[in-house]
Write a protein that binds this ligand. Structure first.
Ligand code: SAH
Length: 366
């Protein structure tokens, strides 16, 4: 086994010793294993990395998020201290653009303390550098539970899709959890647990209870969602989550590997490719609202950005730009708000959560 990469060797030993692991355990090991996890060992973003994200496509994205959070801060009653918490900030591009744009709201920057929740030491270093010229205090954490109590605004772009997902397949005798096992030819393969999950069907959203045999359902244990809900409903706050996924819980296998901007087999290279699954916004809404927070949306990313004024911002940037920059801005606009499979406008959704005392939020009402 000497030519097998170290994480794959460890996963095989684990399965040989203790039996198949769940898809969620596999995903968690691949992404966040403390030594060999995908996010722990590299910066996956940008043209030379494995994938790109909305804030990396254009400054307009972060700027609009900045205006969103500053106006939500005003709706919160302009608290003197606000924790701006970003989950999985990547290169901090969104935060830098957001803070610059939010300066137009008097008092917001002075009230802000930034809390970044980031598991990757490589990305923490990049975040430190990206924010080094900014005169706002910054703290790092590896989970939201570590952020001190108090009024807060939580931001998460392309974070929840990276959280481990469980899968189950429907058989005659019930739903069986999907596992990762070793096939007789020695390759990692998907399998299912021998026993069905007890009383599972009753816990599913209504539309899935009549799912046909063979249907596959994905779910996450939403501790982060519940923690967001608990904090914003107890100490004045709001959260904005943007990600790809479905507005309503649905059946279907969305577990995938993304390497070098293309889709790959999620079992082929553990720890060497990004693994993701779509976000189930209905389930996330249930988790956050179960702790007392109010749900706003979801709306599509296109609707959200258009309501926040992306067209006006693009026109302002284009007015002062040369021809090649105008083309770049037009292209960014169509990637962020365009429809269809190759653009982000429909596939990505925005959902917000807030203290029920806070009224309608920007971007969520036509
Ligand atoms: N929000 C950024 C980066 C998205 S990539 C952007 O839009 O560009 C996902 C980010 O979440 C990375 O920073 C990754 O290191 C971080 N991450 C993934 N799983 C995590 C976890 N369990 N806890 C904390 N951070 C995590």
């Amino acid at each position: 086994m000497s030519d097998i990469p170290p994480l794959e060797a460890e996963i095989r030993r684990l399965i040989e010793a203790a039996g198949p692991i769940t898809v969620a355990q596999y995903m968690s090991l691949c992404l966040t294993h403390p030594k060999h996890g995908y996010y722990v060992t590299r910066d996956p973003l940008g043209a030379t990395g494995d994938f790109t994200t909305a804030p990396e496509i254009s400054q307009m994205f972060g700027e609009l998020i900045g205006l969103w959070m500053a106006s939500v801060w005003k709706q919160m009653g302009s608290p003197e201290n606000v924790r701006v918490v970003e989950l999985g900030p990547g290169r901090c591009t969104m935060m830098v653009d957001a803070l610059r744009a939010a300066q137009v709201v008097p008092g917001f920057r002075a009230a802000t303390v930034i809390h970044l929740v980031e598991i990757s030491p490589v990305l923490q270093m990049q975040q430190f550098e990206a924010l080094s010229g900014i005169s706002v205090p910054v703290h790092w954490h590896t989970s939201i539970e570590q952020v001190p109590a108090g009024p807060l605004i939580v931001l998460a772009n392309e974070f929840f899709d990276a959280l481990p997902v469980h899968q189950a397949v429907k058989y005659k005798d019930g739903w069986h959890e999907r596992t990762v096992d070793i096939a007789s030819n020695g390759n990692l393969v998907f399998n299912v647990a021998a026993e069905p999950i007890a009383h599972f069907e009753g816990t599913l959203p209504k539309q899935l209870r009549a799912a046909p045999l063979g249907a596959l359902y994905e779910w996450r244990t939403d501790f982060t969602g519940m923690e967001i809900g608990r904090r914003i409903s107890h100490s004045n706050g709001a959260a904005l989550v943007i990600d790809y996924g479905h507005a309503q819980s649905d059946a279907g296998d969305t577990f995938q590997a993304v390497g070098r901007h293309a889709f790959a087999d999620p079992l082929a290279a553990p720890g060497l490719a990004d693994l993701t699954a779509h976000v189930d916004f209905q389930a996330l809404g249930v988790a956050v609202s179960s702790m007392g927070a109010r749900v706003h949306g979801p709306v599509t990313q296109a609707e959200f950005l258009e309501r926040l004024g992306i067209m006006t911002r693009a026109a302002a940037l284009m007015a002062g730009a040369n021809r090649s920059d105008v083309a770049t801005i037009e292209l960014a606009l169509s990637r962020l708000t365009g429809h269809g499979r190759t653009a982000m406008g429909d596939l990505f959704k925005a959902i917000a959560f807030a203290d029920p005392k806070i009224g309608p939020l920007p971007g969520f009402n036509a």
